[in-house]
Design a protein around this ligand. Structure first.
Ligand SMILES: *[C@@H]1O[C@H](CO)[C@@H](O)[C@H](O)[C@H]1NC(C)=O
Ligand SMILES: [Cu+2]
Length: 510
């Protein structure tokens, strides 16, 4: 009797618990909807405030989703291997219908996908989320990260080292970058268009020499300690940035530095302004004196010219593609030896307003594009995401199973503006179109660059024109003449005149 009632009580408790968990998870979607709804209908919000508000909603839901994932993992259900399309991944997809559109497009990143790692009065560093956090489809670039640094004029970025190899690209400002290697200190005065390699674990600091222009640097990183994770280590600092010295026991530090504890407390207790601060004119002058390999004080005799192999100016070379619709500058390891071990090619595309690039595809490389300036949109064909989305939830084939029909290609697209990132995996045909109002300027990092070939799909050297007559006829099932008439019609190469109208899809860009 007593046992029976106890059991009943336990059963009751369990069901209440279950119910509350169930209710909590079921309300997640409406929550996002409601949150966004509130942003939309908030009185007195201008479009920017509304956008920020909506981003706040997304961030909140994303965080929740993350927590959910961790909870599931810690409950033991997690599998070590990424789960293919079916099963839990899809379940998760279903759960967050608010994000459905985004999930259909794991190749496109905007503000909300960046994490702010440093933010001070003088500047900030933003790090793009890990690619595989977004989708397993991006496994090929799992161990690369993208970030950018923006500072005011005359800002100083405190010394630190990173557990990653970094290639940076200077788009704005004039940084003096100092790295310390062994007993040598080298300062490099960089300019617009410079690429610079910072080897992993190299202490580095910089200052923006420019009095008027902001500093804007894009970073490509390959982590070396925890694959895909990226951290900064500050030796010099206090509370903010925190010095890693403070992680050691006081007794240990006292012995190691042969200094009394109160002196150490003072040293490591002063800095609270963060890792990006303001430097004076005199300090900047001193900090931008270029030191040679000797590490001696004074002037490096050949400064002014790029004497170092650590830097390469992307615009110092002739463009590899150029016409009135755009220009492409490229650097591979022949130009800049430091790209070799990273298997990286860096390119800069300046697409004239109203013009377009491609369609083309890369044979082996996966291309990560970061929009530096301008507006426009991109489109890409992808057989990996389902074309139907929610309306027609069809079971995805297991990788081992054979598909019964030819692939279906989903149009992937996104509106581009400064800070947007899009990824074109190897083999995926893609194009980018500049708005009629401004040039679209993009810096691209192509990984797995060795032996990569860019295959043009339209224009002078397009691949279809090169097929045999018979192949054209058989494959299109129309006379080869007709194929040629279309594919030989475009005389330009790589950059072309863009479409007259913005396609119907998606949001309109300004
Ligand atoms: C891109 O092209 C425009 C127009 O030709 C030009 O004004 C601008 O300086 C170019 N940008 C770069 C970085 O070369
Ligand atoms: Cu795909």
């Amino acid at each position: 009797m007593a046992l029976k009632s106890k059991l009943l009580l336990v059963a009751l408790l369990l069901s209440v618990l279950f119910l509350s968990v169930y209710v909590a998870s079921a309300t997640q979607d409406p929550e996002l909807k409601q949150c966004r709804h509130q942003c939309e209908h908030q009185q007195g919000f201008d479009s920017k405030q509304r956008e920020q508000c909506e981003q706040g909603c997304d961030k909140y839901i994303k965080q929740k989703r993350e927590e959910e994932k961790h909870r599931r993992k810690s409950e033991g259900g997690g599998s070590f291997y990424p789960i293919p399309e079916t099963g839990r991944a899809q379940e998760e997809e279903e759960e967050f219908q608010g994000r459905q559109q985004q999930d259909q497009n794991p190749y496109f990143f905007e503000d909300e996908h960046f994490e702010t790692r440093v933010q001070t009065e003088e500047g900030r560093f933003q790090l793009l989320q890990k690619f595989t956090e977004r989708s397993d489809l991006l496994r090929a670039i799992e161990n690369y990260r993208i970030g950018f640094l923006v500072t005011k004029p005359h800002a100083f970025v405190a010394p630190c080292h990173f557990d990653a190899d970094t290639v940076l690209f200077v788009f704005q400002g004039r940084p003096a970058v100092t790295i310390v290697r062994g007993e040598k200190r080298e300062t490099h005065n960089l300019e617009h268009g410079d690429l610079f390699r910072i080897p992993a674990g190299t202490p580095v600091y910089m200052v923006n020499r420019d009095e008027n222009e902001k500093l804007f640097i894009v970073n490509f990183m390959k982590p070396v300690s925890v694959p895909g994770e990226y951290e900064a280590f500050y030796a010099a600092g206090g509370e903010n940035p925190e010095s890693f010295f403070k992680a050691f026991s006081p007794q240990v530090l006292q012995a190691a530095l042969k200094t009394e504890i109160n002196k150490l407390e003072r040293l490591f207790g002063q800095q609270r302004q963060g890792s990006i601060t303001r430097a004076s004119k005199e300090q900047i002058k001193k900090l931008s004196q270029q030191h040679g390999q000797g590490g001696s004080e004074g002037f490096w005799p050949f400064h002014g010219g790029q004497s170092s192999s650590d830097a390469f100016n992307l615009f110092s070379k002739h463009p590899s593609q150029a016409n009135k619709f755009g220009r492409l500058f490229e650097a591979d390891f022949n130009d800049f030896k430091q790209l070799q071990d990273l298997d990286l090619l860096v390119s800069f595309a300046n697409i004239t307003q109203g013009a377009m690039v491609g369609p083309y595809f890369n044979s082996r490389a996966t291309k990560i594009s970061f929009v530096l300036d301008g507006e426009g949109y991109f489109e890409m064909a992808c057989p990996h995401v389902s074309s139907t989305g929610r309306q027609e939830p069809q079971p995805q084939p297991q990788p081992q199973q054979r598909r019964k029909s030819s692939p279906r290609y989903q149009k992937i697209s996104g509106n581009l503006r400064r800070g947007a990132v899009f990824v074109a995996p190897a083999g995926h045909p893609m194009t980018a179109i500049a708005s009629r109002n401004s040039n679209l300027q993009i810096i691209c990092f192509e990984v797995n660059a060795h032996d990569n070939i860019r295959v043009p799909l339209v224009g002078k050297k397009n691949v279809v024109s090169q097929f045999d007559r018979e192949a054209k006829q058989l494959a299109f099932n129309v006379p080869a003449r007709e194929v040629d008439r279309i594919f030989n019609n475009q005389d330009d190469e790589f950059f072309f005149e863009g479409p007259n109208e913005q396609p119907e899809h998606g949001r309109a860009f300004a």
